[in-house]
Design a protein around this ligand. Structure first.
Ligand code: GLU
Length: 257
């Protein structure tokens, strides 16, 4: 299988912005093992800005563009250093690809991106993709890595997209506010009722950024690709996800000719 795995900042870092060593080590171990079993993996990793904030010892996430981009420049190095170090321990080679929304909208540049991606997979490398946050301002950017990972999954003709988040999946209500909220194991169609569960923009943070996750699900399922939202606290769940077991919420890709 060819799998795209999106890793959110909350999976990689503590609230301080510093690396969550235990979680990242486990994640890299599981992904290495999955690659050893013969699967192809592409990572879409957030965390550049968050780790930059930690490394520069900033007191909070910056609001202004130059500081945000400076933090991302510092954090992206740290991110790749960590991945390189941990995956090298398991004999895997990582490759960094940074793209902006503009790159993916421009046909020729998107083709180049795809060619590089496919070549890296043929070479057995592990592509690690992020938005090029140091140059991507609002008008050029994809904006969020849920959407970016969906575009990557479709471009890479992947079989599955896994979003490792800080939430177990899609719930019938916000689980942080409603004790009776139930996890939906399978979503066959992204209906208005399903969209309503993500809340509007105002509650997006509280529901774990569910709006962008549903957008990602719409993009990939329309192209026949399944998507699973699972909790990044338990990366070992990847084994069960690949076995097709019920983990988190699975959005089933529509059959395409
Ligand atoms: N590209 C951003 C970063 O690495 C993350 C964007 C997102 O998580 O949606 O900080």
């Amino acid at each position: 299988m060819r799998i795209v795995i999106k890793i959110g900042t909350s999976t990689l870092t503590h609230a301080t912005g510093r690396l969550n060593i235990r979680q990242v080590e486990l994640l890299c171990k599981v992904i290495s093992d999955v690659k050893n079993a013969g699967h192809e993996v592409i990572l879409v990793s957030s965390g550049a800005t968050g780790m930059g904030v930690g490394k520069l010892s900033l007191s909070h996430r910056p609001e202004d563009m130059p500081t945000k981009q400076a933090a991302a420049a510092v954090g992206q190095c740290e991110l790749m250093y960590v991945y390189d170090k941990l995956f090298t321990d398991y004999n895997h080679v990582v490759a960094q690809i940074l793209v902006t929304g503009d790159d993916l909208r421009n046909e020729a540049r998107k083709k180049n991106f795809q060619n590089t991606l496919f070549r890296l997979l043929e070479l057995g490398a592990l592509p690690v993709i992020n938005e090029n946050d140091t140059v991507a301002t609002d008008e050029f950017s994809v904006g969020d890595n849920d959407t970016l990972s969906a575009i990557v999954a479709v471009s890479a003709q992947a079989d599955l997209l896994v979003l490792f988040s800080d939430i177990d999946g899609l719930y019938t209500a916000n689980p942080k506010e409603d004790a009776g909220a139930k996890l939906l194991p399978v979503v066959l169609n992204i209906t208005d009722e399903i969209r309503a569960l993500a809340g509007d923009k105002g509650t997006e943070l509280a529901t774990g950024g569910m709006v962008t996750k549903l957008n990602a699900a719409e993009i990939v399922t329309a192209q026949g690709v399944d998507m699973v939202i699972a909790n990044g606290k338990h990366p070992e769940q990847l084994y069960a996800i690949l076995d097709g077991d019920s983990v988190g919420t699975r959005f089933v890709g529509r059959k395409v000719k």
